[in-house]
Design a protein around this ligand. Structure first.
Ligand code: SF4
Length: 675
């Protein structure tokens, strides 16, 4: 059996795997040459990924209002409707929505489709719901957002790693192998699988991580643990932050967060006395209406202790989606052009317009962010049509019933997907597309390493690649786009050249030969940049910037009507909206249905027993799920996984002012047994 080297279809670790196919048998073998896999590990999602390729629920032909049609008929219909709506209502009547799982080539071509062929400013993607707060905080501190600005293997040399709101033991288990030499400090309201590995577990009330980070930094200053020479040589703005900390004395932080002062003191000392240490944030700290400020507070702590840009130490964000990093670099984001360029930067517009053969003034300006875009669909002045690729917002958007209603209000919803997701089920036109092992393209993993996913087997008849779909629509709109991945990547290289995320020196051949290349890589002879901050930071003065931030309560606080916090997250067996993993037999056997996790004290107060059906109600909606009783959760909080439709009917769409990240991680709910 011949095998093809490729990467996992799921998370941002992008573990390497080899796929073999003989007759109907498809095998998956972990690759030991990919550093992220830590010597050849996969999690259960990776091991079972071959079942995606033979899944009986696969879509194999275009559908128009639920009826099978030919590809020509489907694309002709979509193009004609788009042109008619654009003529009647203007170019912003058409919206495009992408995903953090799309390859770099797809993300790039989707941005070009929106800006050139459709002329719309209305494009954004589901990565806005994922890493956008960490991205915004990194840009304002370091001048660049490369999630982990160091190779994942560097973590093996750490003495201490602080994980704020991250649960890699469930979300990306092979990653934990890189932490085996370190003592872990975990910040999480739940005693997660990761927290159980920790030396220290700090359990703040949901929505108070920012106060906790301020308290930790206050203690570092008070105990004279700040790395003064690093702060003087490599940063600016520390005095303003030091002044702002005065009101966050430890006892006050304990009252706000519930974390004992002694635990905070131990955490700060562990970090400060370590030879090498890292601060890593995840969605638990980031998915808040103050997520950017929360990450800034953790970055301030890391800077005060002299970690970023020092060999063997640093700050990083644990990106979630498979191409969460690359997906935010090449133009499917509302405010962005390829190469991580800003769409409101005249020089950036001129460069990209030159590559695209259009006038800079013809490129639209920034559009709405993901939630704002979804919430505007079908409203007066909002988009009348949406093209949606690689996303399932009916499950994954906050206040999801509202978003489902907005999608239904459209004149035209077109969904490209592999299976009939909850969002595809609402579509006027469903276009069945290829998936990971059936196509070639690049992915940029959580380290900023550009990887090559190779086509390992032919797609089923009747299915087309997203690039073909985009180019097919562009052609009907009067534009000639390449649809071969290698050709699109060559164009992406030119479009990104000179930008922050510069891919100009990266080729498919190099990626294959070197098992990935780190950006920025501005020219063919350049080695790539595994650790971009070692000598200086990409800010005008080369120094990292402290940013003063203030804690504030969650956007929605508990009260008599909604007395319990709800927080949401992931489980080991499932990935994101579950559109893929809920169709894999062994994964659904391991985790068959949604649940509500309650503390025994809360369960007793509410007369709820394990296995009872429980109704959870927020100001936005209701969901029902089975009760699980566990002291791993705080007694003032319930937890629900978000892989099934329902949990996000409850969540709060309050947005972060900088990143426009919704407040997924905390809202107020009422919990009752269903009689
Ligand atoms: Fe796939 Fe992530 Fe699991 Fe690795 S950790 S096998 S990339 S899901």
């Amino acid at each position: 059996m011949t095998t093809v080297d490729t990467h996992c279809p799921y998370c941002a670790l992008q573990c390497g795997m080899a796929i073999g196919a003989e007759g109907t048998e498809i095998t998956i073998t972990p690759r030991a040459d990919v550093p992220a896999n830590a010597g050849g590990a996969l999690c259960q999602k990776g091991w079972t990924a071959a079942e995606l390729l033979t899944n009986g629920e696969r879509l194999t032909g275009p559908l128009l209002h639920g009826n099978p049609v030919s590809w020509e008929e489907a694309l002709d219909h979509v193009a004609a409707r788009l042109i008619a709506l654009r003529d009647e209502h203007g170019p912003d009547a058409v919206a495009v929505f992408g995903g953090g799982g799309l390859t770099n080539e797809k993300a790039y071509l989707l941005g070009k489709l929106a800006r050139v062929a459709l002329g719309t400013s209305q494009i954004d993607y589901n990565g806005r719901f994922c890493m956008s707060s960490a991205a915004a905080a990194s840009i304002r501190a370091f001048g660049m957002d490369r999630g982990m600005p160091f190779p994942v293997t560097d973590l093996a040399g750490a003495d201490v790693v602080l994980l704020a709101g991250a649960n890699p033991a469930e979300t990306m288990p092979p990653f934990v192998r890189h932490l085996e030499g370190a003592r872990l400090v975990v910040i999480d309201p739940r005693r997660t699988a990761t927290a159980r590995l920790a030396l220290l577990h700090l359990r703040p009330a949901p929505g108070t991580d920012l106060a906790l980070a301020l308290g930790l930094l206050h203690l570092a200053v008070a105990e004279d643990l700040v790395d003064a020479s690093y702060v003087a040589a490599r940063t600016t703005g520390f005095e303003a932050v030091r002044t702002s900390l005065a009101s966050w004395w430890p006892e006050r932080v304990e009252r706000v967060t519930g974390v004992p002062v002694q635990r905070m003191r131990e955490a700060v000392r562990a970090l400060a006395f370590a030879r090498n240490a890292y601060v890593l944030t995840g969605r638990g700290a980031e998915q808040h209406a103050k997520g950017t400020d929360t990450v800034s507070a953790f970055v301030n702590l890391a800077l005060a202790l002299g970690l970023p840009g020092r060999p063997g130490s640093g700050y990083g964000c644990l990106t979630g989606q498979g191409n969460g990093q690359g997906g935010r670099e090449h133009g499917q984001k509302a405010d962005q052009l390829p190469g991580y360029r800003r769409i409101d930067d005249p020089a950036a517009r001129e460069h990209v317009a030159g590559v695209w053969g259009v006038r800079p003034e013809d490129l639209p300006g920034p559009g709405r962010s993901a939630y704002e875009l979804l919430d505007a669909l079908g409203t007066p002045g909002g988009p009348r049509a949406m093209l949606l690729f690689g996303s399932n917002p009916v499950v994954s958007a906050p206040d999801s019933s509202r978003i489902a209603a907005r999608l239904r209000a459209l004149d035209l919803l077109v969904v490209c997907d592999v299976v009939m997701s909850e969002t595809a089920a609402l579509a006027d036109v469903v276009l069945p597309v290829t998936q990971w092992a059936e196509e070639t393209g690049t992915m940029t993993n959580l380290e900023g390493r550009v990887l090559l996913r190779r086509r390992a087997l032919a797609p089923p008849p009747g299915v087309r690649g997203d690039l073909e779909v985009i180019a097919g629509l562009a052609r009907r709109l009067g534009h000639d786009f390449a649809d071969d991945p290698a050709e699109v990547f060559e164009e992406l290289r030119r479009a990104s050249a000179g930008g922050t995320a510069d891919y100009a020196g990266i080729t498919y051949e190099r990626i294959a030969g070197e098992t990935g290349v780190f950006w920025p890589c501005p020219e063919p002879g350049h080695a790539g940049t595994p650790r971009p901050f070692l000598d200086s930071f990409p800010t005008p003065d080369g120094r990292a910037r402290f940013v003063p931030v203030e804690h504030r309560p969650p956007a929605e606080e508990v009260d008599d009507d909604y007395p319990v916090h709800l927080t949401t997250g992931r489980v080991l067996a499932h990935y994101q909206s579950g559109a893929q993993t809920r169709r894999i037999a062994s994964l659904t056997a391991a985790s068959p249905h949604p649940y509500v996790e309650l503390h025994p004290d809360l369960a007793e107060r509410l007369a709820i027993e394990a296995g009872d059906l429980v109704r959870v109600t927020s100001r936005r909606g209701t969901d029902e799920a089975v009760a699980r009783i566990s002291d791993a959760i705080r007694s003032d909080t319930v937890f629900m996984p978000f892989h099934w439709e329902g949990a996000n009917r409850l969540t709060n769409p309050a947005l972060d002012p900088a990143s426009r990240m919704p407040e997924f991680k905390v809202c107020a709910v009422r919990v009752e047994r269903v009689s």
